[in-house]
Design a binder for this molecule. Structure first.
Ligand SMILES: [Zn+2]
Length: 80
C-alpha cells in the first residue's frame, strides 16, 4: 500500500486525504478501469479524486491489456 500525503485541493479550499479505493472508476486510454484496494486521494470538500501516477500507470496497463488485470468487471454506464 503506497503512502498518500494529504495536500491542498486544486479545485477548492479543501484537503485531499488518503482513501482506500473501493471500486473507484478512473478513465484511461478511453476505457474505464476500477481501482480497488489501493490508496488514492479524495478531497474532503468537493470530493475530487486524485490518482497517484503509479496507479494511473497500472490502470493504463489494465486498460490496454485486460487479460493482465486482477479481475474484469462489466461497468454499466448511465448516459444522456
Ligand atoms: Zn476539493
Amino acid at each position: 500500500m503506497s503512502n498518500y500525503e494529504p495536500h491542498e485541493c486544486d479545485f477548492c479550499p479543501g484537503t485531499v486525504e488518503p482513501l482506500r479505493a473501493d471500486s473507484e472508476p478512473i478513465k484511461v486510454c478511453g476505457r474505464t478501469v476500477l481501482i480497488d484496494g489501493l490508496t488514492i486521494g479524495k478531497c474532503n470538500r468537493c470530493g475530487h479524486r486524485y490518482f497517484p501516477a503509479d496507479i494511473v500507470k497500472k490502470a493504463e496497463k489494465a486498460a490496454l491489456d485486460p487479460d493482465q488485470a486482477q479481475r474484469t468487471e462489466t461497468v454499466p454506464v448511465v448516459a444522456a
